[in-house]
Design a protein around this ligand. Structure first.
Ligand code: NAD
Length: 497
């Protein structure tokens, strides 16, 4: 068992956690708290405040003050902005173990994943975007129109920060997804009000403290905790927010998109997925494929937006590959997140567990269960890695995002059949293709409706790889160099002389 760091012990000893506004903890105006539950043992590890509409307004106004042209943050050279963001990346690394432990406590995920994906991923992302702060540029333009009176001209574009950014995030990667939004927004020179998920708010509060320690001026990063219907809705509809950046479910994304449009605000939506893994009978090494497909769905208990939750397997090898994946699944050790030898931890919450279990029950009725389906523990929100097989691509377990450790295997005949089945979904976030044939994989890349495609590997995110959804999986692209431009607006200028 891992011993909690002194920083985590001190943080948890507070029990009640306030909002983070203007560089310090700030009480909410309402007497309402949300318990933060450790999903491994169902204990309450703390309570967070609910930010009311009034508190959200206070946070937005604080970020607006920090964005004023005379404020320190706006007057800072890009290189000085970069220094602070680099320092924050360093501090995340220094406190990586504490941040990872906090994520494991609030989310349940394995400590090794919290270390690599959350703490490690956040440090990489802040460092990556720190470098972009000094590389934001416009263009000079030759224009077709003659100037009045035979005068000459000089036309150019310049990029400016959009203003106050509202960042609303989910619980599955609480720190790394916070970094995907906060890091490029800061690099662009914006200020941010971050609303973490009500399930995983503590690591975001820790991040805000580190940002202040790194030298971020007060108000440049505020954190409002609370639920979606009160805090999230107040933030996404706030008229002084200039851009809403959201990651979460399609259902919430639609509400947020409408709220942002009411104010004619910029909005980017990173939404759900039901991503296919397509295994051809010429795949290089079928054992490696089974491990890769299993990792693609069961990592983080299947609570990954790009999880390969439908596997299409060419008919000739269908039974073998399904048996091989089931073998990997059955060998996975399920335990609490602090067990370093575990392969899977608990799901995030009781309500999410129930949602996933309902899909499993439905799957049992409408298709063939190959393995899994049960909670093997007495306490905590655990589920075995579960596999179904079916020939019917229209089943709800194949069409809807379950966001849990549930894989459905479907056979296919040839490339056309694989493409048709893979694209037969309202979502289009990611896909993986498993084949030794380069020209086949290139054809698949051209025809698959997905924002990110990996060949011969499960999908992994990287700060320099853009991530964005096709179809209902979202609007806009996050990460990569375009990630920083999401938080800028383009000004066109023509000097006539
Ligand atoms: P969710 O939509 O329930 O909640 C996400 C956030 O929105 C939370 O902070 C929540 O409090 C807030 N919210 C809820 N209702 C709101 C409202 N009416 N107005 C404003 N804010 C509101 O999603 P979740 O269950 O936390 O996360 C899981 C979902 O996130 C899955 O669908 C998953 O695919 C998706 N996801 C997508 C990506 C991506 O990059 N595309 C990455 C990770 C997760």
């Amino acid at each position: 068992m891992i011993e909690l760091t002194e920083k985590v012990q001190k943080f948890l000893a507070k029990k009640k956690h306030h909002l983070y506004i203007d560089g310090h903890n700030s009480e909410s105006s309402i007497e309402d708290n949300i318990p933060v539950i450790n999903p491994a043992d169902e204990t309450t590890i703390g309570y967070v405040a609910v930010a009311s509409t009034e508190d959200v307004d206070r946070a937005v106004k604080s970020s607006k003050r920090a964005f004023h042209p005379d404020a320190d943050w706006r007057k800072m050279l890009p290189s000085d902005r970069a220094k602070i963001i680099f320092k924050l990346a360093d501090l995340i690394e220094t406190h990586a173990e504490s941040l990872a432990q906090m994520v494991t406590l609030e989310n349940g995920k394995l400590i090794k994943d919290a270390r690599s994906s959350d703490a490690g991923g956040a440090a990489h992302t802040f460092r990556y975007y720190a470098g972009w702060a000094t590389k934001i540029e416009g263009e000079t333009l030759d224009i077709s129109q003659k100037q009045r009176g035979g005068q000459q001209n000089f036309a150019f574009t310049k990029r400016e920060p959009v203003g106050v950014v509202a960042a609303i995030i989910p619980w599955n990667f609480p720190l790394s997804i916070a970094a995907w939004k906060v890091a490029p927004a800061l690099a662009a020179g914006c200020t941010v009000v971050l609303k973490p998920s009500e399930e995983t708010p503590l690591s975001a509060l820790m991040l805000a403290e580190l940002a202040t320690e790194a030298g971020l001026p007060p108000g440049v990063l505020n954190v409002v905790t609370g639920d979606g219907t009160r805090t999230g809705a107040a933030l996404s509809s706030h008229p002084e927010v200039s851009k809403v950046t959201f990651t979460g479910s399609i259902q919430t994304g639609k509400l947020i998109g409408k709220a942002a449009m009411e104010n004619v605000n910029g909005v980017s939506l990173e939404l759900g997925g039901k991503s296919p893994a397509i295994v051809f009978d010429d795949a290089i090494d079928l054992n490696a494929v089974a491990k890769g497909v299993a990792a693609g769905i069961f990592r983080n208990q299947g609570q990954v937006c790009v999880a390969g939750s439908r596997v299409y397997i060419q008919k000739k090898i269908f039974d073998k590959v399904v048996a091989d994946i089931a073998h990997v699944a059955e060998g996975m050790k399920i335990s609490h997140g602090f067990d370093e030898s575990a392969d899977m931890g608990p799901l995030v919450s009781q309500s999410h567990w129930t949602k996933v279990k309902n899909y499993i029950d439905k799957g049992e009725q409408e298709s063939k269960m190959v393995t899994g389906g049960k909670n093997p523990m007495d306490k905590g929100y655990y589920l075995q890695p579960t596999i179904f097989s079916s020939e019917d691509n229209k089943l709800s377990i194949i069409q809807e995002e379950i966001f849990g450790p549930v894989l459905v295997a479907v056979p296919f005949d040839d490339m056309d059949d694989a493409i048709a089945k893979a694209n037969d979904n309202i979502m289009g976030l990611a896909a993986t293709v498993w084949t030794a044939n380069v020209s086949k994989s290139m054809k698949m890349i051209e025809r698959l409706e997905a924002g990110i495609i990996y060949v011969n590997s499960p999908v992994r995110s990287d700060p320099n790889l853009p991530l964005g959804g096709f179809k209902q999986s979202g609007i806009g692209t996050e990460l990569g160099k375009g990630g920083v431009y999401n938080y800028t607006k383009l000004k066109a200028v023509n000097i006539v002389y």
